[in-house]
Write a protein that binds this ligand. Sequence first.
Ligand SMILES: *[C@@H]1O[C@H](CO)[C@@H](O)[C@H](O)[C@H]1NC(C)=O
Ligand SMILES: *[C@@H]1O[C@H](CO)[C@@H](O)[C@H](O)[C@H]1NC(C)=O
Ligand SMILES: *[C@@H]1O[C@H](CO)[C@@H](O)[C@H](O)[C@H]1NC(C)=O
Length: 324
Amino acid sequence: MFTTKCSVLLILLANHILSSGQQEDKFFRVDYPKYIPETDSFYKVHTVHQTWEKAKETCEAEGAVLYYPDDEEEALAVWNYINATQTFYWIYIGVSSPYAPHVFITVEGHPISSVYDNWGVGEPNDQSGVERCVVIRRDGTLNDDKCDVKNPFLCKKRASTINWNILCDMPDQKYEYYDGLGRCYKFHTTPKTWLEAVQVCNAEQSYLAIIDSQLEADHFVNLTRIAKKDDVEGSYLRGAVHLGFTRTNSQWRSIKGRPVKALGYCKWGHNQPDGGDNETCGSMFYNGKLNDINCEQKCFFICEREIPILGSAIEMRYGETNKG
Ligand SMILES: *[C@@H]1O[C@H](CO)[C@@H](O)[C@H](O)[C@H]1NC(C)=O
Ligand SMILES: *[C@@H]1O[C@H](CO)[C@@H](O)[C@H](O)[C@H]1NC(C)=O
Ligand SMILES: *[C@@H]1O[C@H](CO)[C@@H](O)[C@H](O)[C@H]1NC(C)=O
């Protein structure tokens, strides 16, 4: 059964890749619409202004880097694009001086002199000794700015660094396909609050995991057991992982809106839920039983991804056996 399923899956995948041209035409994510051939890279404009650090993290969460120009050609090509589509006058770029004033390096560790370093007149001036993050202005010149100022920014993904995760139909290699359910999962070992966990999963084009069946609960117990989590230090709650359900108006619902009672799995831990209004977010004990938790508690978490096209094709053929 395993082999039959696998070979059908591979045929489906092959067809999918050929028909959508994913490999040949180059593709990163639907939210990275801009491909510039000269730089062989994809770009996404973030119009919600963020601090420099948050901008960097946002790009990393999307599997990309905070954009900075490698050279003049890229600076020009990108400003052409921004000029044509946006109104802002400057954006953060992935350059800062984290270790010493005036020693500017890119988020990938290159000295600025080895990339694009067309500073504006009189810049960098490190005004008041606190300007350690860099913006690029519409005229193509760089300026140092305070890192906690919020600015728009771009994320960039070099096509050459895209490693397609074929089974999960996405670029993130850390998602693992689980044959029994035809879905992909990633166990995150950086503890986050519940809302942060939701955001991280969204940034990865997935969602904070929801348990729909005993099989899925068992799989999550396995994922948790084998996750490299025991050496993770810091202040966070051990023993539970965040899941995608919350209490609203005294009813527990999944983040997709269905009551937890109506999901295919609703086994609470002993005496749970017990936290009243202090604990309105959902989690799972390491043993698979559900638990209510304070939303501000940092925990590990699992992201879940349905595979867009293939998922339904496989479900059609194997829906019966999968449920068995
Ligand atoms: C973008 O527009 C500004 C003026 O708004 C101009 O100075 C700059 O040269 C333009 N950049 C490109 C690449 O066209
Ligand atoms: C969990 O792991 C055990 C031991 O490796 C294995 O026997 C079991 O089938 C796994 N369960 C699921 C749901 O994958
Ligand atoms: C909620 O937390 C407060 C302060 O920590 C505590 O006094 C209260 O008893 C808690 N309520 C419940 C229902 O656990």
